[in-house]
Write a new protein. Structure first.
Ligand code: NAD
Ligand code: UDP
Length: 328
């Protein structure tokens, strides 16, 4: 096991996409650990509501900025999360999605190089496309349509990974590439379009639950707190004592418990006590049939990391959050 940086040295940290779902939880944790955080976001899918409790905090700063343009700040670490994650939103302006992934990565890598800062990329299980290998290991190169509706996101994220590894090889940049599998929890946008938020909102409003396809496609759902713990541990892996480069990844981060979409719908109905009915709608193009992370690499490199919160418990916490929003 690679050792984790134990010392609580206060870092100055940039989080791009910090007003989004994952970014805002990450910032909460970084601030709670005593760090200074600069949150950069263009508020495309993120919201000031997600960070409003931090606005007056002395260690927090918000900058309204689009990562496709260069940014000049002084930090020791960068978490690059800026990019819409829901198919509905990333397909809304696919050219901007590719620009965010590619130009955003170039700008953040350039910043990291100038500052000699460590930089973590929020990559995705989508780099495996509609996988022919199951569960997915990091060695698998994927099965991705380069010209389809999901390509702006999938290929954009793949190109970002290429850029990260080229900066690592060419400029000895200290990088971390994390491939995130479907993560859910409080602060997902109610109109986000992703399956967990859609089903919970529909169930709470007693509306029909929209299953795309026959519901036999699978996903493996990770609760946000487990993902953030993996992020922080991965970012803070200590460099080897022989002066060699740190472990760049890529590593899969997610919960390996796999469910069909129909099972998820039934669980949400049961937990909400909803009278919603299941309805079946066409499956979107290139929708992956099966997805489950092999997390052996994460278990090997991180410090006793394993997802602690199982789906039923995580759904309860997420339902509680959406219930308080008083949806209409
Ligand atoms: P999200 O949509 O809630 O957050 C993304 C944030 O990025 C938003 O606040 C948005 O306003 C911001 N953003 C988008 N384009 C930007 C730009 N050009 N400049 C500055 N900010 C911009 O999504 P999320 O679920 O929090 O995802 C965060 C990151 O994690 C994304 O990079 C996503 O690809 C990755 N990821 C998430 C999941 C998941 O299941 N949640 C899975 C795989 C990968
Ligand atoms: N899905 C669904 N109903 C919805 C939203 C999504 O059946 O209202 C399906 C979608 O087709 C996919 C799965 O749920 O098979 C996960 O979709 P999501 O958009 O959350 O994530 P991704 O496809 O990017 O993993």
């Amino acid at each position: 096991m690679t050792s984790i940086l134990k010392s609580k040295i206060r870092q100055r940290i940039l989080v791009t996409g910090g007003a989004g779902f994952l970014g805002s939880h990450l910032i909460d944790r970084l601030i709670a650990d005593g760090n200074e955080v600069i949150c950069v976001d263009n508020l495309f899918t993120g919201s000031k509501r997600n960070i409003e409790h931090l606005i007056d905090h002395e260690n927090f700063q918000f900058i309204h900025h689009d990562v496709t343009y260069p940014l000049y700040v002084e930090v020791n670490q960068i978490y690059n999360l800026a990019c819409p994650a829901s198919p509905l939103h990333y397909q809304h302006d696919p050219v901007q999605t590719t620009k965010t992934n590619v130009l955003g990565a170039i700008n953040m890598l350039g910043l990291a190089k100038r500052l000699n800062a460590r930089i973590l990329q929020a990559s995705t299980s989508e780099v495996y496309g509609d996988p022919l290998v199951h569960p997915q290991t990091e060695e698998y190169w994927g099965n991705v349509n380069p010209i389809g509706m999901r390509s702006c996101y999938d290929e954009g994220k793949r190109c970002a990974e290429t850029l990260f590894f080229d900066y690592h090889r060419q400029h000895s940049l200290d990088i971390r590439v994390a491939r995130i599998f479907n993560t859910y929890g409080p602060r997902m946008h109610p109109d986000d379009g992703r399956v967990v938020s859609n089903f919970i909102v529909q169930a709470l409003l007693n509306k029909n639950i929209t299953i795309y396809g026959d519901g036999s496609q699978t996903r493996s759902f990770c609760f946000v707190d487990d993902l953030i713990e993996g992020f922080i541990q991965f970012m803070n892996l200590a460099l080897p004592s022989n002066g060699g480069p740190g472990f760049p990844g890529p590593i899969n981060l997610g919960n390996p418990c796999e469910f069909t979409i129909k099972q998820l719908a039934e669980m949400v109905i049961e937990l909400t006590g909803s009278s919603s009915k299941l309805i079946y709608q066409p499956l979107p193009a290139d929708d992956p049939v099966q997805r489950q992370p092999n997390i052996t690499q994460a278990l090997l490199h991180l410090n006793d990391w394993y997802p602690q919160i199982q789906l039923q418990e995580g759904l309860k916490k997420t339902i509680e959050y959406f219930d308080k929003l008083q949806l209409q």
